[in-house]
Design a protein around this ligand. Structure first.
Ligand SMILES: Cc1cc2nc3c(=O)[nH]c(=O)nc-3n(C[C@H](O)[C@H](O)[C@H](O)COP(=O)(O)OP(=O)(O)OC[C@H]3O[C@@H](n4cnc5c(N)ncnc54)[C@H](O)[C@@H]3O)c2cc1C
Length: 489
């Protein structure tokens, strides 16, 4: 490619800066210049404090070490998510941990899968996810993912992070600018398009900006993809009822465990995310069941805060995805392309996946739109795969204390793929094989599905009565995992 081409990224939130850094890293050598436009008046959404292990891959790609970025972003390690009070059982615990898998888990995960088969066929077993994964032990013991003796021949553990989203955005901006990414502080008043392509952007002070390629990272505004190119938005509201959130920080209470907590409340769930200097808290709920004021009252009670002095950020969420993530010369990334509520903290994972897949398709097509349809299909399926897993939490909940939870169970219609998964589980079929055959394991690993289904005690009542806490296999696995856990600092 001879002539220099310009990529404009509209939006300097986490999505905009992750996109800018990845594009610059991969495309600057091919003659592309990257410009980020961000509006100081509009600002960023400023929530989103948890990641999947994919974020480690992102920093590794950019050559940024944990020592460099974590202290500057108030970041802590995250081994997974603890789901509290989504069930109301007497026989088995009403909390479970969804761990990020470690390569050491092969032995214990096999025992876990076996235990679910036993209980599904009515034989005594204790298939509680908490007992079978190294990540759960590390989170409970408050360990770092680093080995005490780095020469120990142990495979690595997989982990994500918690972070302050404002600080992470600012860090990525500094890093990007150091690498040569250009920044412009401006608010875009309008965008001009022709034949399905963005031609230019006009700022509120009447400056015109042209470019060859545009990335819409303008958050829920989706100024380019939805408002200018009129790409339709496909709502997930029939499956995922939550459309609102409130958020407030509280002080740290000593050193915290490396886990996000997702605790069910009467019309949604509350997150609790431990950072180095504060706790991030939020309540994600459905406005059809609770107003903001009612949610704040309930949340104050949950957090033990005084409703007269507590203050909350109020956030509206649009849950769904655009029909085409790449349209003409414009690609949507982040909230501008879609959002699947934050229960499994997958949004930044999808940002990274979108940009990585785009770079793959774009470079394979010699910087043209040749592989655009294929890219669009991959990203669309990715969103749908994650959506199925999140929907599973709501459909499988076993709370009886409010209409919200009853409606999530009875009025949400699972997609055909989710139905197949639940039917396979109920008939004690081989879920691993089904997920492989259907190509669903690419979106969520089979272990995650087993944790979800077993964590919510999706067993016949007569089988659940066979729940047995202390069998020999569980004790052996616990001994093994305790030994492994002791190797970490
Ligand atoms: C309640 C909640 C909890 C969440 N929790 C998680 C989580 O735990 N983990 C996770 O991965 N994700 C989470 N997310 C999602 C996460 O917040 C976002 O994916 C992430 O912050 C990226 O946002 P963004 O950059 O797309 O949008 P924003 O942060 O909104 O950034 C948009 C950018 O566009 C700019 N802009 C907008 N309009 C204009 C204009 N006219 N002119 C110029 N600039 C403009 C803004 O100034 C800003 O810079 C959560 C989201 C919500 C709502």
């Amino acid at each position: 490619m001879s002539k220099q081409q310009t990529i404009v990224i509209l939006g300097g939130g986490t999505a905009g800066w992750m996109t800018a850094n990845l594009l610059h890293l991969q495309l600057a050598k091919h003659g592309f210049k990257v410009l980020v436009i961000e509006s100081p008046e509009i600002g960023i959404i400023g929530v989103g404090e948890g990641s999947t292990p994919q974020l480690k891959v992102f920093f590794d790609l950019l050559g940024i070490t944990e020592q460099q970025w974590m202290p500057q972003c108030d970041a802590t390690y995250k081994y997974g998510i603890r789901f509290n009070a989504w069930t109301e059982h007497k026989e088995a615990p009403n909390t479970y941990f969804h761990p990020f898998p470690a390569s050491t888990d092969g032995h214990s995960a096999k025992a876990f899968l076996g235990a679910t088969h036993y209980l599904r066929s009515g034989q005594p077993a204790a298939p509680h996810p908490d007992r079978y994964f190294l990540a759960t032990y590390l989170a409970t013991a408050n360990k770092t993912p680093k080995l005490k003796n780095p020469s120990t021949a142990l495979p690595a553990v997989s982990y994500g992070y918690h972070f302050d989203s404002y600080k992470l955005g600012a860090y990525l901006k500094r890093h990007g600018e150091d690498q040569g990414i250009e920044t412009m502080s401006a608010t875009i008043a309008s965008a001009q398009a022709e034949h399905g392509n963005i031609l230019s952007l006009t700022t509120t002070d009447n400056t015109t900006i042209t470019a060859d390629w545009f990335f819409d990272c303008s958050g829920f505004n989706s100024i380019l993809l939805q408002k200018t190119l009129h790409v339709p938005f496909e709502s997930f509201a029939d499956h995922l009822y939550n459309d609102s959130a409130i958020a407030t920080p509280t002080p740290c209470q000593g050193q915290e465990l490396g886990q996000t907590e997702a605790t069910a409340l009467s019309a949604g769930w509350a997150w609790r995310i431990p950072l180095q200097s504060r706790i991030g808290n939020g309540y994600v709920f459905s406005s059809h069941y609770k107003s903001f004021a009612e949610a704040e009252t309930e949340f104050c009670e949950h957090l033990g805060l005084d409703p007269n002095t507590a203050s909350f950020r109020r956030i509206k969420m649009r849950v769904g995805q655009v029909a085409q993530h790449w349209s003409g010369n414009c690609v949507g990334v982040g909230l501008a392309q879609g959002f699947i509520e934050p229960l499994e903290a997958t949004a930044l994972h999808l940002v990274q996946e979108t940009v990585t897949q785009f770079i793959g398709a774009f470079t394979a097509g010699n910087f043209t739109t040749r592989h655009q349809n294929q890219f669009n299909e991959v990203i669309k399926q990715r969103f749908l795969g994650v959506k199925d897993y999140i929907t599973g939490h709501y459909v499988l909940n076993q709370r009886t204390d409010s209409r919200y939870w009853e409606d999530c169970r009875s009025t949400v219609k699972p997609t055909p793929s989710l139905n197949k998964i639940m039917a396979c589980w109920a008939s004690n079929g081989d879920l691993q094989q089904l997920l492989q055959e259907q190509g669903l394991a690419a979106y969520y690993p089979s272990i995650s599905w087993y944790c979800l289904l077993s964590g919510y005690h999706t067993y016949q009542d007569s089988h659940l009565a066979q729940w047995q806490n202390d069998n020999t296999t569980v004790q052996e696995v616990a001994r093994f995992l305790h030994e492994q856990c002791a190797l970490f600092a």
